[in-house]
Design a protein around this ligand. Sequence first.
Ligand code: ADP
Length: 234
Amino acid sequence: IEQTAFQNDKLAMLGKIAAAIAHEIRNPLTSIRGFIQLLKPYLESIGKQEYVRIILSEIDRANDIIYEFLNSSKPSAPMKQTLTVADLVKETILLTESEAHMKGCEFQTEIYDTDISVAIDVKQIKQVLLNMVKNAIDAIQDTGDQRKGLIELSSRKEGRFALIRIRDNGKGMDRATLSRLFDPFFTTKEEGTGLGLSVSYRIIRNHGGMIEVQSTPGEGTEFLIYLPLVEARE
Ligand code: ADP
């Protein structure tokens, strides 16, 4: 227990330092972006529009990484709001289905125990679910074969928890990947930040829940998200 407390202190300290540095890096990035915008007509006039596109998209990528970092290092007490798990799942699908379809993936949804509710920071939990679905899409695209991409989303009551399952038939993970999955900055993707799951883990823990994962290389992955239920009023 002491070890954990110590690690938490270290994490909190690291979070504060990271947030301070991130703020300081953001300002110069913003001015670089502004000046590139000013140079844009000139660079285009000499046929360098491709350079402009790359510079801007790389600046945006750096900004995204910082944004995710700030989000993850904020001590953020969740702003809680009660909603049904069914609505949460439906909303997640609404937000991701066009991208999924575009990338050849199909959703299958099963919502059991339709009346169960959770008290959550909706923005944070949506961020977790979107991240999981995006990872599922990536994993399916990475198989490189012709299989039909399938993302199964389901929810039900499991004791005192709402259980949300996100399962894909993507490339799966080997043991080495599984063991580092939740480490900050661990990624196997060229354009990955490796922050998605470490941030997600933290958000779910802050909500008094937990995340479990099962995966088979070549077959697919399943994430299980548990969130404490709001007890129904008698
Ligand atoms: P990122 O997506 O930026 O790489 P994450 O923290 O979200 O960061 O994920 C870390 C790594 O975990 C990914 O690079 C990938 O190797 C692995 N991973 C996450 N979700 C899945 C999944 N559904 N199927 C296979 N691998 C996954």
